[in-house]
Design a protein around this ligand. Structure first.
Ligand SMILES: [Fe+2]
Length: 445
């Protein structure tokens, strides 16, 4: 027995520290017992000067706040505090059928107050740390461990983002999140440091399973970066196929600048010289609702002249596995007209990149154009193999997949002259790259 214990201890010691920290952290049916939990850091509308912090707390537990300061002020000597701007009693995740890490069926029980605060007046290109404080059960003040983020630079600057999606965190198959978070670390190493993380959706297998959001929020990659996610179809559903935007809306606290009914789900933000349009496919299922989204896109672009425009949604522009139709034809005319430079999606669990397209055809030299990319999956479990193309043969430049065990991620590298979006495999090796020259100057700001 002693020998077995020694061997087990030795095996644990040989695991990389990051991996050891991640194992065995599945929550029970009641979720976190911390006074503040599921703490997420998201972009504000102006990512150079704002960040959006949110968390869950016990219903009615007043007196919660964020303390924040620059990362060099490790003792929080010069910290400022911010009270929540919004508090919403949240019961959308209560009594949701789910699964725990040990594979047992369970009804998760969660009723909490969702707190959101937008930090404003931040300095661009600056590393910040923050804590969340909340009253503990005994009445004392509890304070979280510090989390970290970096604000966006101002105009005419350079930066790198990690772009990753479709990892479907699912407690019984914990390796999914390990692969995805490992891919973020690989991208960080390859880029010499990424500044923030863009998610193409499907962070959770079931967005209705609140434990999965909490478990994500405890990963170092969620604790140390500013995130900007779009809602995936899995984030929008529960185990019994119930569907609502609220699972995504109340997991995060995203800029409330979407159109009616879409605030906190569909949103836009500016990061450096780039205007990001973050779309919600679940609200664009017929012509009437698609038109509403298209009107919003047009209004946002016209009100926010930018050197670059990037549109992000979850559903693929073209089915990557076989080239058949998906979303491209719904947006290409509008994107050409508005000067969208890059359109990023996910969902298909295989990678695809088009040539620069004008409307739905390959652009002639000098024509306005959009490059369409479908990100691969990153969980080593739900990838899809490529088949022969049945459509779009003339506009697809590159596809990539490792079959069911696909792990890939992208680096978006931006400076005033061009954007470069590069796909990397799990080893960090570059697989494919697109360079998008700046079509507009900073005078359009
Ligand atoms: Fe997915």
């Amino acid at each position: 027995m002693k020998r077995i214990i020694t061997l087990l201890l030795l095996s644990a010691a040989l695991l990389p520290v990051g991996a050891r920290e991640r194992y065995g952290t599945g929550l029970d049916s009641l979720g976190s017992r911390e006074p503040a939990y599921t703490i997420f850091t998201a972009v504000g509308e102006d990512a150079s000067h704002q960040a959006s912090i949110s968390w869950a707390g016990a219903p009615g537990a007043a007196g919660q706040f964020v303390s924040y300061t620059t990362a060099d002020d490790t003792a929080f000597t010069h910290a400022r505090t911010a009270a929540p701007g919004t508090v919403v009693r949240c019961n959308v995740y209560d009594s949701i059928f789910s699964k725990l890490a040990d594979n047992t069926d369970v009804y998760e029980r969660h009723v909490f107050d969702k707190y959101g605060v937008t930090l404003s007046g931040l300095q661009p290109s600056t590393d910040y740390i923050y804590t969340v404080s909340a009253p503990a059960a005994d009445g004392s003040l509890w304070t979280s461990a510090p989390r970290r983020f970096r604000t966006a630079p101002g105009p005419d600057s350079s930066w790198h983002a990690a772009v990753i999606g479709d990892y479907h965190h699912y407690s019984p198959l914990w390796s999914r999140i390990d692969h995805a978070m490992g891919m973020i670390n690989t991208l960080d190493s390859v880029a010499g440091g990424v500044d923030w993380i863009l998610s193409t959706g499907d962070q959770c297998a079931w967005g209705g399973s609140y434990n999965y959001w909490t478990e994500l929020s405890e990963q170092p990659e969620y604790k140390n970066y500013m995130w900007a996610p779009v809602q995936g179809n899995h984030d929008h559903m529960n185990r019994q196929n119930g569907r609502t935007d609220d699972y995504f809306r109340y997991a995060w606290h995203l800029p409330g600048n979407g159109y009616d009914g879409q605030k906190g789900v569909c949103y836009w933000f500016r990061y450096g010289d780039v205007l990001f349009l973050m779309l919600n496919n679940e609200a664009m299922r017929n012509k009437e609702t698609l038109d509403k989204a298209r009107e919003w896109i047009e209004q946002v672009v016209k009100a926010n002249p930018s050197r670059y425009i990037v549109a992000v949604e979850h559903y693929e522009w073209i089915i990557a596995t076989d080239g058949s139709n998906s979303q491209l034809e719904r947006f290409a005319d509008l994107f050409t007209c508005l000067g969208v430079d890059l359109a990023i999606a996910g969902n298909n669990h295989a990678y695809l990149r088009t040539f620069p397209l004008n409307n739905t055809s390959v652009a002639a030299p000098g024509q306005p154009s959009t490059v369409y990319v479908v990100a691969s999956s990153s969980d080593n479990g739900r990838g899809r193999a490529l088949k022969d193309l049945v459509g779009h043969q003339d506009v697809i430049d590159r596809r990539w997949s490792e079959g069911p065990h696909t792990v890939g991620g992208l680096i978006l590298d931006v400076n005033p002259e061009r954007m470069i979006l590069t796909l990397h495999d799990r080893t960090g090796a570059p697989v494919d790259s697109a360079t998008i020259p700046a079509a507009r100057g900073s005078e359009t700001r």
